[in-house]
Design a protein around this ligand. Sequence first.
Ligand code: TYD
Ligand code: MG
Length: 459
Amino acid sequence: MKSANKPVFVCQECGTQQPKWQGKCHDCGAFNSFVEERVTEPSAGPAEHRYSTLGVVSHGAKKYADIEASDADRISTGITEFDRVLGGGIVPGSLILLGGEPGIGKSTLLLQAAANFAHHVGPVLYASGEESEHQIKSRGDRLGVGEAPLYLLAETCIERILEEVGRVKPALLVVDSVQTVFSLKFQSAPGSIGQVREAATQFLFMAKGHNIPTFLVGHVTKDGNIAGPKALEHVVDTVLYFEGERHHSHRVVRAVKNRFGAISELGVFEMTGIGLRPVPNPSAMFLAERPTATPGSAVLCCLEGTRPLLVEVQALVSTSSYGTSRRMAVGIDQNRLSLLLAVLEKRAGLHLVSDDVFVNIAGGMSIDEPAVDLGIVAAVASSLRNRPVAPATAVFGEVGLGGEIRGVSQANLRIREAEQMGFTRIVLPASNIDASEESGKAELVGVRSVGEALDMLLQ
Ligand code: TYD
Ligand code: MG
């Protein structure tokens, strides 16, 4: 065991500890990631653990049958789309991490949820290390927070925040953000891996011990991970990511880990002048500006979590002006695009070698689901041949390397969504046809190969 106040060097990427500074971490391969941290050992007796001051009392092991299941009592945030990503509401005593880029709307969403919670459930403590109480209040005025018992605390010291929790006894705690808070037990700067991990652990014990659901806001690094450690994601119950293009008004909250619900569940919001507004029918929004009868555009039924979603795939194929042709994908995986273009060349006889190909998912969505394949193929072929996709036609299906069209999951859900949005013809994998229930609203066209699909799709 290390002695008190002895420095350790901690990799900020993976949390490995070393007695000396190193240029490269041998565990995760990160360069220049070691930072000196000092730990002040608490003078606790052997039987006490260091979080015992938080009032967490263990009663020993319990028999499985004696433990009451508490599945039903989820608490609504008052925001439908937010409840949806959480798997139906907040589970009491859960610790939830909300990550996202700066300025995307994390504080706005949590302040709205906090205000609703304070109105309908009980007092809420909103601790912010980023903004003063005045700044939060002026934002709250725009959001119409009103007279709810919402307590604001501009504080970065974890021990002070926990003291206030003891005083206010909130029904919900929000900590904005986990990178700005620090514990007196560590001498390293806020945001370092030691501090972030300590914060997560202390709030975890508090949430579980006192049954106070807690939101932690987390910043996202350049490469899109929640800053600081992966370790943070292991500690918390639920990890939500806030996504969206800054230049679009819509925002998507996605669950990437949820101990109490389905992952890759999706909540869609629109940023307005008075905060975030849930979008109950995102397909309508994503298709709003779609050009009809224009080559290079196809409508695709994808599935995000349990939610079917219609989005527009756009492709532009133009003659390459340089020796090498460019392939660019926005919203889908670049490698997937290369693979599909190769299949189109080899199996459907399309000539794309000397062309630039650009593919974009309209509205700033990003999708990683094999069912997008057929939509991409349709949009690219439509642009190349300069023939629009047949009117009122939606499409989904996975494309194999042999040019075969493979079935995808949840075909019925996708079909229903397309029908609801007014599509009267759906091109889908032939193998999905058998299991699909015809409702008569839309004609279902089953296809087996890329060539057959293009014949059915293009006008
Ligand atoms: P914010 O919640 O502060 O982002 P984060 O906490 O993720 O950094 O959101 C900031 C952005 O949202 C800012 O650019 C202004 C915009 N906004 C609105 O458009 N309408 C509103 O009602 C509010 C409160 C913010
Ligand atoms: Mg913020």
